[in-house]
Design a protein around this ligand. Structure first.
Ligand SMILES: Nc1ncnc2c1ncn2[C@@H]1O[C@H](COP(=O)(O)OP(=O)(O)O)[C@@H](O)[C@H]1O
Ligand SMILES: [Mg+2]
Length: 279
């Protein structure tokens, strides 16, 4: 390994360690309703021109909302704010009417399951990587979650099964296999809110269909926010929010949006014409 690489990661780790910790409120609040609202949210990252501007939306509990828009338009930033990786500069983010900053951070995280494009797995066994979803889960529950995520059969083909080490000095996994391990985690966690961020954009068609099947099972009776790459996967969303340069420029169902002149129709036409997805 070369010095520059090491010193670069070291700097990043230092930056991370120096970040302020999230302080829990003195009188933390809970919620038993999982609507999500963004109220006049404004946000920019340090040293970046990008800005989220006056973002307002409401997601009803147990519905599926899709975020679409060109790359760099701010979709993942919405996820980052919900997870409090950053806090908004202005405005409020609420779950069940409670400002997420008034909740204990662990409590907030326990209500959100996230499956992202770049899955982070630890240099540990497959078993422990799934169990992160619920520290108290039994072995049967871990296996059940893996079955639902359609990764159990693959795990059983490995000489060490669930005890196979993955990560740095262990077994390398394909993007789709990593995705399914993180879906197994989410099954185990069974949180009321599920966030899916471009989960099938880097996987082959076989993995994609396995992932789609697993997700439709996982998604039952949850509030879902899906950031979609392939627009044909979100045609059935109850609401679609169209982002452009940090703003919501359109919203509605697919049927509403497809008959209006606007960004959604443009993106849809681009995708229907070409097999190369450009966003
Ligand atoms: N961690 C970060 N630090 C600084 N800038 C970021 C960070 N993450 C994203 N950005 C910038 O914010 C803008 C929006 O990014 P993002 O929300 O990831 O877009 P999308 O998910 O729609 O592709 C981009 O210009 C991107 O470069
Ligand atoms: Mg993104």
């Amino acid at each position: 390994m070369n010095y520059i690489k090491v010193s670069d990661s070291y700097k990043r780790i230092l930056k991370f360690l120096n970040e302020k910790c999230i302080e829990n409120p003195a009188n933390p609040k809970k919620t038993n309703n999982f609507d999500i609202t963004f109220e006049n949210v404004e946000f920019s990252y340090e040293d970046e021109d990008f800005k989220l501007k006056n973002v307002n939306f409401e997601i009803e509990e147990n519905t599926l909302t899709a975020l679409v828009g060109p790359s760099g338009s701010g979709k993942t930033t919405i996820t980052n704010l919900l997870l409090r990786f950053w806090d908004p500069d202005e405005g409020k983010i609420k779950i069940g009417g409670v400002d997420i900053q008034e909740m204990d951070y662990d409590y907030l995280l326990s209500n959100l399951s996230v499956v992202m494009q770049n899955v982070i797995l630890f240099a540990d066994t497959i078993y422990n990587n799934i169990k992160i979803g619920d520290k108290n889960a039994s072995k049967e529950e871990v296996i059940e979650a893996a079955k639902k995520a359609q990764i159990h059969e693959f795990i059983m083909t490995l000489p060490d099964g669930y005890d196979t080490m993955i990560g740095e000095n262990g077994l390398g996994l394909s993007g789709g296999q990593k995705q399914r391990i993180s879906i197994a985690r989410a099954f185990l966690q069974n949180a009321p809110i599920l966030i899916l961020d471009e989960i099938t954009s880097n996987v082959d068609p076989i993995n994609e269909s396995k992932i789609q099947n697993a997700i439709s099972e996982l998604a039952k009776n949850k509030t879902i926010l899906v950031i979609a790459h392939h627009l044909n996967t979100i045609k059935n969303a109850e609401n679609i929010l169209v982002f452009d340069d940090g703003q919501i420029v359109q919203n509605g169902t697919h049927d509403d949006l497809i008959i209006k002149e606007g960004l959604y129709k443009t993106l849809w036409n681009v995708q229907s014409k070409s097999k190369e997805y450009t966003f």
